[in-house]
Design a protein around this ligand. Sequence first.
Ligand SMILES: Cc1cc2nc3c(=O)[nH]c(=O)nc-3n(C[C@H](O)[C@H](O)[C@H](O)COP(=O)(O)OP(=O)(O)OC[C@H]3O[C@@H](n4cnc5c(N)ncnc54)[C@H](O)[C@@H]3O)c2cc1C
Length: 649
Amino acid sequence: MSLLWQTLFLAVFLRVFAALPQCSDVNTETEFDYAVVGAGAGGGPLAARLAESGFSVLVIDAGHDVHNVNTTIPLYFARATEDPQISLDYTLDEYPPGFRFQKNDALYPRSRGVGGSTIHNAMINVIAATRSDFDGLADMFNDSTWSRDNMQEYYKKIERNKYTLPGPDHGQDGWLTTTLNPLLAALNPKFLDVQTVAYFAALAISDVPLIDFNVTSNDDAVGGSLPSFTIDEHHNRSSVRERLLDVEQSSGRLTFSLDTLATKILMCNGTDGKPTAYGVEMAPGAGLAVASNFNGKVDLDPILRNVTVRREVIVSAGVFQSPQLLMLSGIGDSSQLEQFGIESVVHLPGVGTNLQGKHLTSSFDPPNDDSSSLNHDEIAIIYKMKQNFSIWNGCTFLYTLEDDPCLAFWQETGGANIYSFSGAFEVTTSRSVDSPTPDIFAYYAPAYFPGFVRGVSNASRAPVCPIDPYPSCLDVGFQQELIDRSHNHATVINLKAHPSSKGSVRLTGAHPQDPLDIQKNRFQAEEGPQDVADLREAIKRSMAVMNNLLIEGFIEGLEFPESLDTDEEIEDHIYQNIFGHHACCTNPMGTDDDPNAVLDGDFNVRGVNNLRVVDASTWKIVPGYFITTPIYMISEKAADVILAAAKAD
Ligand SMILES: Cc1cc2nc3c(=O)[nH]c(=O)nc-3n(C[C@H](O)[C@H](O)[C@H](O)COP(=O)(O)OP(=O)(O)OC[C@H]3O[C@@H](n4cnc5c(N)ncnc54)[C@H](O)[C@@H]3O)c2cc1C
């Protein structure tokens, strides 16, 4: 670093305000080398690696371990988003005040517990379209380990590939099992009717060739494919949950503190004068304010306890909670922290903002407004079919074998029916007119799915029932018409990669259980109208697929929305029903001269020793089309970086 940059860095980042204790005065007697806050896609893989490498690791998570039909049977994923044991039910504003569309109680589901949101997600496993993201990081940090080709090595390390022949870009021995929907199950004559055959045929001929979206040569491929999923050969969800539980058993060095809320990073003044993380303040038994069983804010003081670490604290609490934890600890925009009476430790104005750009109702003006995007833009359209898809015959999405013949068949046959499928039957990628690379990902399913809206599990015919003891959903208002809705509809979702929207995550108070103010500012960037236009054209392409002669005759008509005849109608539908489920980038990595950077290229929180952030918030730009597998990849990279640092000590 040149002297000029060093001076700038010290001036901008190291404005240390709070009176921290000297590290030499802090009692760091502890059982743990590392503490990892968050057992999800970001925290899980690295926690497992550190424990396997001989270090003691405490994993703190606000949820507990849940293993039930919702978290294991692939097609129950929609219901998992509202499973009261795991669900985190965020509310956010899609649009700023005054915009002509308002969507201010939008649902953003997340999940808690061992595995984090990987125990409820839709399991779609796609790395394609990340070349510019990874190569961009390699260029930015002048560090070839970030290159797309090098990052594939991490995928090979974690993958246990069950869907394609072994090849140079696939792994066979990792902890994440990848496969395709079990086509043989769908092609069982027992389930096939002429409409289902026509639907599959129409999708199959809509795009050739079949593309493996997880090999580097197909990063920028245009065309269609059967998607790959993180599902194992027994047709159960595969995720980092199993990895963590395995390493807990095998290493004896990984300890969980579950149902525990991390409330603050403990810091002291290091010998170099820098704030230095030495532990985590946590509240066992306290819940996240957005948990479905949250009963309101409590006085945490009586239950708070400190855990100290010999080496590092890694924050992996996800896109909303990681910036909150940093801010509660005094790391963020100092003037905003002061508004809530939080003593500033390090002034990092990018915390909770990056990508998110301007929060229109605050005075905060991000210094680097053109950096990245908060989330993918996704929009569904739904057709009503003239008859049911027979692959759904008997499926009620209930909990008992008596109530659900489909579940009984799934168990009897080892998963040989539709419940072994995940959300997409066919996916295609395409390029918007002005985009240098493919940027639209469309997924098709013979089901009713309007997006992640409140009550989505009911909307898509998967009613949420109390879990234990397994009751009959008939007791809680189960209705035949809802069953019919899933059996005779077809959904297409279009996703726009690398969109321009920039939002923010802000505190509303200094209490760890105060809700967050989450603003998406959807389509508010200069390129917002272009994003809408790109989605509009993508919807037209999907309508052409659905109007294919093979399937057209089986369609009764559009249902969601009822009409898409004009550009204006399509755009209105997009504005009114946009959703997304890949929020990211609220603690962005960046270079020394980027005043909005929260992390450096080694995941370190700038201006703080022994503190890193590794999760969805780490990215500078929302990666590719789908983000879980790329998060797993950066978590494995972070493990390498942390282990190398430990070795160098
Ligand atoms: C409904 C849905 C479907 C999705 N489907 C897909 C898909 O098919 N493919 C794909 O690639 N991506 C998908 N995603 C996205 C993906 O699952 C997430 O982006 C990813 O899991 C984020 O990883 P993370 O580590 O940042 O956070 P998470 O996996 O959410 O983990 C964060 C963990 O931190 C814990 N935590 C938070 N705050 C605290 C605190 N203060 N103290 C203690 N613990 C805390 C939480 O309990 C949680 O377990 C989906 C997302 C949703 C919502």
